[in-house]
Write a protein that binds this ligand. Structure first.
Ligand code: NAD
Length: 474
């Protein structure tokens, strides 16, 4: 069995207490790895190592940092097959998805920020007899906390800009899917990242969260995960006035107008609802369809969903794998029961698939309005609802009627309508006639309870640096 240890000061080490968590392969229910359940002392050791390393890492040039990040990207690519298999076994996602999306994107994150840092120039303002220029300096030691749904993908999405900007990192991957992030330690060493610049610490977040957030040596916290945890982190960080970036949950709408490209809208609505078992913060879990095409769209969508293969993540023709854990599987099944008790009709799915592993059939629910729990709370599983609307205003009101504000996907061929909807939707990201199309330079994040701050491109580099204005009179 694999043993996942902390990576501190360039070396793998056990926790100070002999305490472990079992990481289960959710598709087989077999124990996949045992993971060190770190303590506050372990967290403080990692922070100390990062603080020491910062003395030299902060003096490196952007080019030196870029070449190490590029090397890390290459090493991830070289280990694509191995890393993708581990990601699939740790998380339950189809191997094909881990191979085509998760691991390539992890490499791309490192490469993107290795290039971005070389383009990151600062402003100067000239005034009569004086000039101002801006310095953007690294912060010091920062904490990067990531979730289980896109394990290596989201971990690297944080650590890459942090390191590129000259910070040292204490990274905390999810204890549910820690294995690929743990391997990143080996990759960092092989790429020549100096000891202590990247530290990776494992275990339950609530045990070590306090130290990772409140230590005076931590200058910023970048978090992706649930809104409940984000709120806790924000409360912990507030008295210290730390920089905090929060990427949290979503309850995103897919809005389909009757003037859309029907086939493309149909297949993308299905992909948006059920990709990665519906466990993407950007998943379109509320499908809103114009009344003129509602019945046809609903029937075609049900047919499409029934054709999704659910099962063994290692099989090439599997579209949907297992949910990430027993706990999450039970939560999602409970959400389906709540939907039924609220008067929802299950159009397809709603049940477990097989008797081993945590598989749930992709589920579509009709007959629920915007005021029910099912349409308000994030389920984060292969469960979507479908509702009709009659006017643009109604579509907009329904889409916005949630505490979340991460993304929306609008389907229309009317350019003016597309612009009006983009203006009135309260989301950090609006896709028109597409979903999940990403340019890593764009601002990524949510409004309301979906997020605070933006990641991506220079937005991330701005977050991981402190701004200083220098004014020289001559
Ligand atoms: P989670 O909040 O349970 O855990 C996320 C991370 O926070 C884990 O590493 C966990 O160990 C850590 N953590 C837990 N308690 C902590 C504490 N008290 N202090 C510090 N760290 C703590 O989330 P999850 O279940 O792993 O992920 C699913 C959630 O993530 C969903 O809500 C999803 O929408 C969200 N998500 C958001 C985005 C985005 O970009 N907005 C992307 C992916 C996932």
């Amino acid at each position: 069995m694999r043993e996942v240890n902390n990576f501190i000061n360039g070396e793998y080490c056990k926790g100070q207490k002999d305490e472990w968590i079992e990481s289960i392969n959710p598709a087989t229910e077999e124990v996949f790895a045992r993971v060190v359940n770190s303590t506050q002392e372990d967290a403080l050791t990692a922070i100390k190592s990062a603080k020491e390393a910062y003395k030299t890492w902060s003096k490196t040039t952007p080019n030196e940092r870029a070449s190490i990040l590029e090397k890390m990207a290459q090493l991830i690519e070289e280990r694509l097959d191995d890393l993708a298999l581990i990601e699939s076994q740790d998380n339950g996602k189809p191997l094909s998805v881990a191979k085509a999306v998760d691991i390539p994107r992890a490499a791309q994150n490192l490469r993107f920020f290795s290039q971005a840092i070389s383009q990151y120039s600062q402003e100067a303002q000239s005034m009569m007899g004086a000039i101002n220029y801006t310095l953007r300096e690294p912060l010091g030691v920062v904490t990067c906390i990531s979730p289980w749904n896109l394990p290596l993908y989201l971990f690297t999405w944080k650590i890459a800009p942090a390191l590129a900007a000259g910070n040292c990192v204490v990274g905390k991957p999810s204890e549910v899917t820690p294995v690929t992030a743990s391997i990143l330690g080996e990759i960092a060493n092989e790429a020549g990242l100096p000891k202590g610049v990247l530290n990776i610490i494992h275990g339950e977040g609530h045990r070590i969260g306090d130290s990772l957030v409140t230590s005076r040596d931590i200058k910023a916290v970048s978090f992706t995960g649930s809104t409940a945890t984000g709120k806790k982190i924000n409360e912990l960080a507030a008295p210290y006035f730390k920089k905090v970036s929060l990427e949290m949950g979503g309850k995103n709408a897919t809005i389909v107008f009757d003037d859309c490209d029907y086939d493309k809208a149909l297949s993308t609505a299905a992909r948006a609802a059920y990709s990665n078992q519906g466990q993407i913060c950007l998943c379109g879990s509320r499908i809103l369809v114009h009344e003129k095409i509602y019945d046809r769209f609903k029937a075609d969508l049900v047919e499409k969903i029934k054709r999704l293969n659910v099962g063994d993540p290692l099989k090439a023709n599997t579209h949907q794998g297992s949910l990430v854990s027993k706990l999450h599987f039970e939560k999602v099944r409970n959400c389906i029961e709540i939907a039924k008790s609220e008067g929802g009709t299950i159009l397809t799915g709603g049940h477990r698939v097989g008797d081993k592993g945590f598989f749930i059939a992709p589920t579509l629910i009709e007959g629920l309005d915007q005021n029910c729990v099912t349409n308000k709370q994030e389920i984060f599983g292969p469960v979507a609802t479908i509702q009709s609307f009659s006017t643009e205003e109604e579509a907009n009101d329904k889409a916005n009627d949630t505490n979340y504000g991460l993304s929306a996907s609008v389907w229309t061929n009317d350019i003016s309508k597309a612009h009006r909807m983009s203006n009135s939707l309260n989301n950090g990201i609006v896709w028109i006639n597409t979903w999940m199309l990403r340019d890593l330079r764009t601002p990524f994040g949510g409004m309301k309870e979906s997020g605070m701050g933006r990641e991506g491109g220079f937005h991330a580099l701005n977050f991981f640096t402190e701004t200083k204005n220098v004014c020289i009179q001559y």
